[in-house]
Ligand binder design. Sequence first.
Ligand code: UFG
Length: 335
Amino acid sequence: MKILVTGGAGYIGSHTVAQLCADGYEVAVLDNLYTSCEESIVRLRKITGKDIPLHKADIRVQENVRKVLRDEKIEAIIHFAAYSLVGESMTNPLKYYENNLYGTKQLLEAMIEEKVNKIVFSSTAATYGEPKSIPILETDETNPTNPYGETKLSMEKMFKWTASAHGVRFVSLRYFNACGAHESGTIGEAHNPETHLIPIILQAAAGVRKSISVYGADYPTRDGTCVRDYIHVSDLAKAHVAAVKYLLDGGKSDIFNLGTETGTTVKEVIDAAEKITGKDIKVLYGGRRAGDPAVLTASNKKAREILGWKPEKTMDDIISSAWKWHSKNPYGYKK
Ligand code: UFG
């Protein structure tokens, strides 16, 4: 039983590859390495003891994808390969349409041609936009406020219509704030440029940057800073494996939120980081960042009931695993 992971060298992709291997699946990775690097696969081979093949290819080149599906005898796909920076998507939307939408269309055509009919898709809470009520349910309205969320929502719709026309079954997983790192400390979050809260806080703790700027302390929340639903990447990885199993067992196409249902403020994350690292973190308070809703938390009831998945890691687990990764690798995968 072999699973193809597109974008498997990236942050959530690499943790999912580790989990698939731990659960006894054969895995192949397809990645163009534009926003990730081969070093993560080298390290994955060491952690798992498995010979994970890496196909350096782009999903937009359909013939290459078809060849990988044929040569590796792929049974199901987990699709992470996409651009994922909200800010960049605002300034360069067509880059997102080209890679995320055209790329997924090419991948789906390759699947249909090669008779691979199961796919798990890496979606996002950004498909909802500004929520009308909290916690967010899968049935809530979707009104993305940026091209990143818009392309992910369009990708979900592409799966829906392809499912009804060609019998492809899909599971779309809408994650909230992915964070944390593998327990080994050898793979973790490495974006360039880094924009996410927890890596920035830990870079400040490690002295790689001088301070952290909090974007707004005047929100209508318990301490004035934004509330988010932080979910450990290892919990996300387990959900992807549960979704693959669900499809292999004949489950029907569906969409699930992946979050903890627990909201944590920016200040609370900083406090947890100071406690766990034992470092003083210099905090600067600035204005709000455009487009940031005050509160985003998920209902995960549907994933618990249908996929039999539930998050297990706490905020302390998130910070301590991320700290282990950042302390060993302050510049990510760069030597
Ligand atoms: N924040 C700061 N300072 C920083 C960085 C972030 O105060 O330097 C705050 C943000 O304002 C926000 C919180 O920390 O309140 C989390 O911000 P992130 O940038 O880490 O994450 P977002 O909630 O903005 O984005 C996440 C995912 C996106 C996804 C989005 C869905 O990273 O991929 O949720 O709403 F699109």
